[in-house]
Design a protein around this ligand. Structure first.
Ligand code: HEM
Length: 424
């Protein structure tokens, strides 16, 4: 096992640990919504304090660490030493754990997904800087082993990634906000297009970064799509970036221009030699991706967004995006990165996760639909609404059960599972 593979394995185990933690917190929150009195048992750690812990542990832990593992492997980062993979991954998790402790103590800026405040606002970006140091050490150490393209690609990517830590610390300033849609208080169509194109760029580069073999046709298609992405980004750059309403046809067109991308991405995926056990996850990723792109465009339409905003419809959207689509891709990355993630290939846990995600999205979208037409229903004694919350709780049991399985498989000593039963 090479040092870089061990670093990626460590990141994979941390990611699965954060998934289990985040799901357990989500389950506790869902239970609190069904039986609010239960929340008192852990006071002052009440619902509002658990909410940022749930979001951020799943975003910065589960959703981010697989990419950290991918980078550690792509840069052949050594495992030990001050600038080793072990220090980088431990610092990442330790500063995130510190953030969770601060959010639980009520220290939150309220800036969703950018909730770094006080010393956490220094510590977490510092952990990101440490990671860039680790990648640089790997880049210098492995320089001779890569050809010219490999060196250029890694150097260019490092230059793009190195400022992310300080930028994150700066962007966490609660007085700093991107352009806002004045009719919803949410992001504009142009900002949503920008963030989705960035995600598409990452998805295009991932098979190469993972070192997965690709058929010549797939390489050609990837290059063509990279050119298409560059053109789309050029159009984005020419669009007005200021505040704009979703009633503006240009903002709707910006969102709708994303619709063909799931089909194009699917076509390049077919020529890649994905790791064993990845196929069901890739199909799930494609299904969730198509559902999400179509439903996000509908949700953005005038008349619909006004009703959906601040209801469970957006909670359902967030879970379709993160528990459904993104998590499916993260599973593929982890399967490619490390044997520690082999549990993700278990069909039982896969189906439990998919059933849990579908049920979660149906229940929250259903609850959101009720809220859209009966604002305030969440505060009345509605049997239909309460039943949907109970269903969401059940979905949480399925999701957490799958997370327990993956965590147990990742923490089992290597070789133990495959060893034959000893003869009596
Ligand atoms: C055991 C599984 C889970 C349960 C029971 C659960 C439950 C919840 C609950 C109760 C909320 C708060 C909604 C509200 O305040 O009305 C929430 C929000 C959220 N959860 Fe989960 N969750 C789970 C898994 C996940 C996973 C795996 C992810 C991401 C990978 C995730 C991402 C989010 C996000 C982004 C939000 C914010 C939604 C918003 O504010 O619009 N959750 N979740």
């Amino acid at each position: 096992v090479s040092a870089s593979t061990e670093g990626a394995g460590l990141a994979a185990r941390h990611a699965l640990g954060w998934l289990l933690f985040g799901c357990t917190v989500g389950l506790w929150m869902a239970l609190g919504l069904v039986a609010p009195r239960l929340g008192d048992t852990l006071a002052p750690w009440t619902y509002g304090r658990w909410a940022p812990v749930h979001l951020n542990s799943l975003l910065y832990g589960w959703s981010a660490l697989p990419w950290v593992g991918l980078l550690l492997r792509a840069y052949a980062a050594p495992l030990s030493g001050w600038l080793g993979a072990r220090t980088a991954v431990t610092a990442w998790s330790a500063t995130l754990a510190y953030g969770c402790a601060r959010w639980l103590s009520g220290d939150t800026s309220g800036k969703l997904f950018m909730d770094w405040r006080g010393e956490s606002r220094l510590l977490f970006p510092a952990a990101l800087l440490l990671l860039s140091g680790t990648l640089l050490r790997g880049l210098i150490g492995g320089w001779r082993n890569w050809d010219r393209r490999g060196r250029f690609f890694r150097s260019a990517l490092w230059l793009v990634l190195a400022p992310v830590g300080p930028l994150l610390g700066w962007a966490a300033d609660p007085s700093l906000y991107p352009p806002v849609n004045p009719d919803s208080g949410g992001p504009t169509g142009v900002s949503l297009l920008g963030s989705t194109l960035a995600l598409i760029g990452i998805l295009l580069a991932t098979p190469a970064l993972l070192g997965l073999p690709q058929a010549p046709g797939a390489c050609r298609r990837t290059r063509r799509l990279a050119v298409g992405l560059a053109l789309h980004l050029a159009v984005l750059a020419a669009l007005p970036w200021g505040e704009a309403s979703h009633h503006d046809p240009l903002q709707i067109a910006a969102m709708a221009s994303l619709l063909p991308w799931p089909i194009w991405l699917l076509r390049i995926g077919r020529g890649v030699q994905w790791p064993e056990g990845a196929r069901p996850w890739l199909l799930a990723f494609a299904g969730w991706g198509a559902f999400l792109t179509a439903s996000a465009c509908l949700l953005f339409l005038p008349g619909w967004l006004e009703r959906a905003k601040f209801t469970n419809l957006l909670v359902g959207h967030a879970h379709a995006a993160m528990a459904g689509m993104l998590s499916a891709y993260l599973a593929v990355i982890l399967l490619a990165l490390s044997p520690d993630a082999r549990g993700l290939g278990s069909p039982g846990a896969f189906w439990a996760w998919q059933a849990g995600s579908v049920l979660h999205v149906l229940a929250t979208k259903g609850a959101g639909g009720l809220e859209a037409f009966h604002p305030g229903i969440a505060f009345s004694a509605s049997t239909a609404f309460s039943t949907l919350y109970v269903l969401r709780l059940l979905s949480g049991v399925l999701l957490t059960g799958a997370a327990v399985h993956w965590w147990r498989r990742a923490s089992a000593p290597p070789g133990l599972e495959s060893s034959p039963c000893p003869n009596p």
